[in-house]
Structures are given as C-alpha cells and as structure tokens.
Design a binder for this molecule. Structure first.
Ligand code: GDP
Ligand code: MG
Length: 162
C-alpha cells in the first residue's frame, strides 16, 4: 500500500485548498463555509516520482460536543491511519483553542508531523507564520495553498519522511 499523508486542522484553514494544490487539480471541495468536506476523503498523489495517498479531513458538524471534540476526533482517526501528518493552521488567525487541542494529540504520536502555516500569500505574512513556533511542534512551514507559495518545499520534506 502507498504511504498515507493525512491533512488535519480546524475548519476553514485551507486543508482542501492544500489538497488541490498537491494534486495539481481541483478535486477536494474548497468552501468559504466551513464543514463541507466529507469525513476523510483519500486521493492518489505524486511528488518528485514518489506516490502516496493524501487524506483530506473535515465534515464535522459542530454538535453538542462542540467543534473542539469534532475536530479532535477527526484528527485522532487520521493520525492513526497515516504515515505522516500535515497539521494546517491559518497563520492569519493564529493559534486557537481548537488548534491547541489538536496539538495535544499530535504530541503523542511518533509519526512525522509537519506544521503548515497556511495563507502566507506573500512575504509580508512570514512573521505570522513564525508566531506558530509557540505551538511547540517545531518549525512552521509557511505556505499559500491558494497560490502555491512554499508548497514545493513542503512536499520535498514530506516525501523525504515517508
Ligand atoms: P478547509 O475547511 O480547511 O478544507 O478549508 P478550505 O480549503 O475549504 O478553504 C477555506 C477558505 O480559505 C476558502 O475561502 C479558501 O479560498 C481560503 N484559503 C485556503 N487557502 C488559502 C490561502 O493560501 N490563502 C488565502 N488567502 N486563502 C486561502
Ligand atoms: Mg475542507
């Protein structure tokens, strides 16, 4: 079986946009309204000759348990089934309580975790990405899923870890 890279994070940070950037086509549903992606959708992907499966997560309805529990549950399942994790944070918003919740789960895995600081559309936003060092997950990788900025470097690092 191909190695699996899971993309986790709270709604609206750009997980599906990142999936589309990795695939080089629009397949994952990107929405301004959070919660559109169905639970765990897998796509065959390839970078620099290395094939892998990318798993987009989402689809949580904030129910009685709240958004934190829903995001954490998705993240937990995804972490379990994958070989490497991309944890996507919206660098324009900065770390939220929900993000911290996922960090708690990620600290417990031995699998490689890549902290992706999304929505760094230009160099002006680089300091916002650097602020995510505070999450304690190592170096934030600044990317723009929308424009492709930084995504090649990120993928180089990820396939090296698979
Ligand atoms: P998801 O819920 O995490 O899958 O997020 P989506 O991929 O659906 O994106 C949510 C919103 O963020 C959409 O309006 C996207 O257009 C926007 N978005 C995603 N990536 C970027 C980015 O790199 N830069 C900017 N400016 N907006 C982005
Ligand atoms: Mg989505």
């Amino acid at each position: 079986a191909l190695p699996v890279v899971a993309i986790v994070g709270r709604p609206n940070v750009g997980k599906s946009a990142l999936v589309n950037r990795i695939l080089g086509r629009r397949e994952a549903v990107v929405e301004d309204v959070p919660g559109v992606t169905r639970d765990r959708v897998s796509y065959p992907a390839e970078w620099a000759g290395k094939r892998f499966t990318v798993v987009d997560t989402g689809g949580w309805e904030p129910d009685a348990r709240g958004i934190d529990a829903a995001v954490a549950q998705q993240a937990e399942v995804a972490i379990e089934l994958c070989d490497a994790v991309m944890f996507v944070v919206d660098s324009r918003v900065g770390p939220t309580a929900t993000d911290e919740h996922v960090v708690g789960l990620l600290r417990r895995t031995q699998k490689p975790v890549f902290l992706v600081a999304n929505k760094v559309d230009d160099a002006v936003q680089e300091p916002e990405a650097a602020a995510l060092w505070s999450l304690g997950l190592g170096e934030p990788r600044p990317v723009s899923a929308l424009h492709g900025r930084g995504v090649a470097d990120l993928l180089d690092e990820i396939i090296a870890a698979l």
